[in-house]
Design a protein around this ligand. Sequence first.
Ligand code: NAG
Ligand code: NAG
Ligand code: NAG
Ligand code: NAG
Ligand code: NAG
Ligand code: NAG
Ligand code: NAG
Ligand code: NAG
Length: 307
Amino acid sequence: MDWAILFVTIFVLSDAVPMKRQAYSNGTAYLPCPSTKAQNMSLNELVVFWQDQQNLVLYEHFLGTEKLDNVNAKYLGRTSFDGDNWTLRLHNVQIKDMGSYTCFIQKKTPTGSIILQQTLTELSVIANFSEPEIELSQNVTRNSPINLTCSSKDGYPKPTKMYFLITNSTNERGDNMQISQDNVTELFSVSIRLFLRFPDGVFNMTVVCILETESMNISSKPYNLVPESQFVRENQIQSVASISVMCCSVLLLFVFLVAKKCCKKQNQPGRPRGTTYTLEQDGSADRKSINLKELEPQITSAKPNAE
Ligand SMILES: *[C@@H]1O[C@H](CO)[C@@H](O)[C@H](O)[C@H]1NC(C)=O
Ligand SMILES: *[C@@H]1O[C@H](CO)[C@@H](O)[C@H](O)[C@H]1NC(C)=O
Ligand SMILES: *[C@@H]1O[C@H](CO)[C@@H](O)[C@H](O)[C@H]1NC(C)=O
Ligand SMILES: *[C@@H]1O[C@H](CO)[C@@H](O)[C@H](O)[C@H]1NC(C)=O
Ligand SMILES: *[C@@H]1O[C@H](CO)[C@@H](O)[C@H](O)[C@H]1NC(C)=O
Ligand SMILES: *[C@@H]1O[C@H](CO)[C@@H](O)[C@H](O)[C@H]1NC(C)=O
Ligand SMILES: *[C@@H]1O[C@H](CO)[C@@H](O)[C@H](O)[C@H]1NC(C)=O
Ligand SMILES: *[C@@H]1O[C@H](CO)[C@@H](O)[C@H](O)[C@H]1NC(C)=O
């Protein structure tokens, strides 16, 4: 009696060991249905169908033809059946499709139907993170700290580590790792930050950013940091001063021109209008007179101000 129970337990366990399959997000998952116990049978005498862990039907092959009646709406149009090796392809896989799927092979008999075989598949879904990108929040100078961020997005599962490497050093730098998850796609985005100064006697640095996940490391393109100028502070002060001088000069020039224009207009009132009429009467090319007419409203509207 005890032996019989033990035997049954072992049998059920060994039959339940799930197959493991992996798919890329947006890619295709292959859900197998090995038919060892139905080897010599044709699809025409069997019912083959797949269910997810909530027992929703993905696909059904009923006595040789596809049957859609029982297929859940979320799987309609997303599957295709490979009749050669009895594999179901699930297309456009998303992170939320992760889980277990069972394939059933059923035989119809006059007294009802019996399940010949069932196969459990554990599906995991992954997505490659984008190549990490390094960004600077301000221009590189020797004197101010350099504020670097590195970010990468749309990956799954969660990354394990992210860091900067500077020139030939193997020290992993950077902090404040921020991981966020898109609540629709369930994909992760990640970023880190680094504040950096040029050490004395160093005139350029190369930075790379590395993202580590369970399955791989992804590196950013190397980023070259070269200060704009060694005397940027003084240059900045100088440029602020010269900009002020320039502004003052422009303002003075403008005041001078306006004053001059006022004097001219007071000497010759109504002259712009007169010019237009003269040109039209002279029979100049149509285009010219049109252009002048277009200008006219501006000239006339400017006139009251001038007077
Ligand atoms: C999946 O496809 C959508 C649009 O078709 C795209 O926006 C998204 O970046 C893709 N995701 C991955 C991980 O390739
Ligand atoms: C399938 O048929 C072959 C011969 O055609 C036979 O040797 C084999 O035992 C059969 N397998 C099963 C599971 O019935
Ligand atoms: C099933 O066969 C097709 C070719 O007919 C092949 O592309 C696919 O990889 C096979 N699937 C499995 C799980 O062996
Ligand atoms: C993901 O990255 C791996 C390793 O670089 C590569 O072999 C694979 O083709 C990539 N897959 C996709 C869908 O980008
Ligand atoms: C560094 O840059 C980040 C992103 O641009 C910004 O949010 C942060 O305030 C900056 N920090 C400093 C100290 O400039
Ligand atoms: C960096 O310098 C360039 C000119 O040298 C300037 O156009 C740009 O606005 C500066 N960027 C920042 C973030 O200060
Ligand atoms: C980094 O290594 C390269 C060659 O390995 C060497 O030419 C270069 O001088 C090194 N740079 C620094 C800053 O040590
Ligand atoms: C996703 O989260 C944002 C805020 O975090 C929320 O406004 C939005 O409604 C959420 N979307 C869904 C589909 O849950």
